[in-house]
Design a binder for this molecule. Structure first.
Ligand SMILES: *Cc1c(COP(=O)(O)O)cnc(C)c1O
Length: 361
């Protein structure tokens, strides 16, 4: 045994398992396991990426001014209170690093994103899991679980993997009921899929204890480039700035993200196409006895009669070259999360699940 020991909490981290992307011996695999955008990024973003690739000997911008200006223009936010990260994951981690350590508590809910306990443990804080109500974040339960040690509360809105979301009044009640010294983090990875939703911007502007994180990995279709951003009160942004590496985003990523942000027509098209395919798929599955909560995101959480049926269906679909996300590890053993694909993909997945239901497995 080595006498070299990591900080407390680090060895408690269970490694994050991402969505599968291949099936042995099979091509034409349909990957609907990671909430990726089936329509891909904006053409403008791809062109910007190629152009940026011609100057790779240069260090990237360190203040991200052009990208922050683009985000500020499109979302009507003050660029001085925007911070960009290497995926929103980097920013979510930095928030725990800045505000939660040994002796502190980090709250999240039972079906919350699997990275939240990792952010707590990585910083020596105690992860605290709070019950939901019928797959919806429960504000009362969260407030009841708060103590003086509570420093960070993470919720995704809309949530992953449930697809449900809280309205503005509930979010305000949560923010206003937190103990002094606790930060509410609104993880807005799927916020852009919700027509007319400001992701919590108004809430943030009226308080000093709420921050949002956003990503280019979902609606903007740039998961491979790793770009995210946060918007919050100036005092929190000033703290996080000190933790950020000076060159945490590459030049090609910055260029592509700026172009993607400004191509609002592409974003609107993806939002509309996603809603259409999602609602079609949810309806088609409900017709064959597989319900789901109304999803506000780019996936649906299909509920099966039992854990056995969900696992068998997942195995059957894998054998057909269709990869979904079985979410037993999210406390949802009878559920499968299905990313919304393009029209052909949604038809293919519904067809295969119908075959499974008819006894093909
Ligand atoms: C996909 C996802 C993210 C995005 O992470 P990135 O690091 O920006 O790719 C964040 N939170 C949740 C809940 C997600 O599902």
């Amino acid at each position: 045994m080595s006498s070299i020991k990591p900080q407390p909490g680090i060895m408690d981290i269970a490694l994050y398992v991402g969505g599968k992307s291949s099936v042995e011996g099979m091509d034409n695999v349909l990957k609907l396991s990671s909430n990726e955008n089936p329509w891909g990024p904006s053409e403008d973003a791809k062109e910007a990426l190629v152009r940026a690739s011609l100057a790779l000997h240069r260090y990237p911008s360190t203040d991200h001014a052009a990208l922050r200006a683009a985000i500020g223009d499109v979302w009507s936010l003050d660029p001085a209170r925007i911070l960009c990260g290497n995926g929103s994951g980097e920013l979510l981690m930095m928030i725990a690093q800045a505000y939660a350590g040994k002796g502190d508590e980090v709250l999240f809910t039972e079906h919350g994103f699997a990275m939240y306990p990792i952010y707590a443990n990585a910083n020596g804080a105690k992860p605290v899991v709070v019950a939901e109500r019928e797959r919806v974040v429960d504000v009362d339960a969260l407030l009841a679980a708060c103590t003086r040690k509570t420093k960070v509360v993470y919720i995704a809105n809309p949530a992953n993997p449930t697809g449900t979301m809280l309205g503005e009044a509930d979010l305000a009640r949560l923010a206003d009921g937190l103990p002094k010294g606790a930060v509410l983090v609104l993880d807005g990875a799927y916020a852009e899929f919700v027509e007319g939703y400001d992701a919590g911007a108004a809430l943030i502007d009226q308080r000093d204890n709420v921050i949002m994180t956003r990503t280019f990995s979902k609606i903007y279709g740039l998961g491979g480039l790793r770009i995210g951003w946060a918007y919050g009160p100036q005092h929190i942004i000033d703290v996080l700035m000190r933790l950020r590496g000076p060159f945490n985003l590459s030049a090609p990523a910055l260029a592509a993200a700026e172009a993607a942000m400004r191509d609002t027509a592409h974003t609107a098209k993806v939002r509309a196409d996603n809603a259409k395919q999602r609602d079609w798929m949810a309806h088609a599955l409900s017709e064959i006895g597989i319900p789901s909560d109304v999803s506000e995101a780019n996936f649906i959480l299909a509920r099966f009669a039992s854990e056995e049926e969900a696992m068998a269906c997942n195995d059957y679909l894998t054998s057909q070259g269709i990869l979904l996300r079985y979410v037993g590890n999210y406390g949802l053993p009878h559920c499968i999360r299905i990313t919304v694909g393009d029209e052909a993909s949604c038809r293919r997945v519904v067809h295969a699940i119908t075959q499974f239901k008819e006894g093909a497995a």
